[in-house]
Ligand binder design. Structure first.
Ligand code: ATP
Ligand code: CA
Ligand code: CA
Length: 166
């Protein structure tokens, strides 16, 4: 007997170069790494935290993977690096950002990896696409669904649906 691999929720963002092209390339590479089950629409969003930069393009992706959290993080960081991501500061402009939002019900609080992502419930660019494709997804700590987190989040940054991604 083996059980289904945990549901992995990934948040993708880009706001430099050709952001939509980079999101497509990142999804292509993610498909080589894990079993992608759903991809949200493409959204254009106002930058959060550091305003003096271009709008972001964001999407959320649901996938299955048997990789351990640290191994998946190493792989997503490799993709970021190979796609020309330069490490600078939190919320800085970037060619590609791959955040692991959650892996099943796992709760991880390690130096380089926190699961679920500690800021996911405050972010329109996460909650709107997540509620689109998985409104019933439940936050492993807050015990609220994506739809509930979105309804409770109060005023969020501008989040505009552009088009279906595929
Ligand atoms: P934020 O995490 O607020 O979205 P950011 O994406 O701009 O900010 P980065 O510079 O991409 O931040 O990442 C900083 C560090 O966050 C990474 O080196 C990574 O080790 C760590 N990290 C912790 N938890 C996670 C996670 N769930 N997914 C991705 N990176 C994480
Ligand atoms: Ca991020
Ligand atoms: Ca990141």
């Amino acid at each position: 007997m083996y059980s289904t691999a945990p549901l992995v929720v990934l948040g993708l963002g880009a706001n430099l170069g050709d952001p939509v092209g980079q999101l497509r390339e990142a999804v292509r590479r993610l498909r080589e790494l894990l079993r992608v089950e759903a991809i949200s629409s493409l959204y254009r969003t106002a930058p959060v935290g550091y305003a003096e930069q271009p709008d972001f393009y964001n999407l959320v992706c649901l996938a299955r993977s048997a990789l351990e959290p640290a191994a998946l993080l190493a792989e997503t960081q490799r993709i970021e690096r190979e796609m020309g991501r330069e490490r600078s500061f939190r919320n800085a402009p970037r060619a590609i950002d791959l955040d692991i939002l959650a892996m099943g019900d796992m709760v991880v609080d390690a130096a380089g990896l926190t699961l679920p992502h500690p800021r996911l419930h405050e972010r329109g660019f996460v909650l709107v696409p997540l509620a689109e494709i998985a409104p019933g997804w439940r936050h492993p700590i807050l015990r609220r669904t994506a739809a509930e987190l979105l309804a409770d989040a109060g005023e969020l940054e501008r989040v505009e649906r552009i088009q279906a991604f595929d």
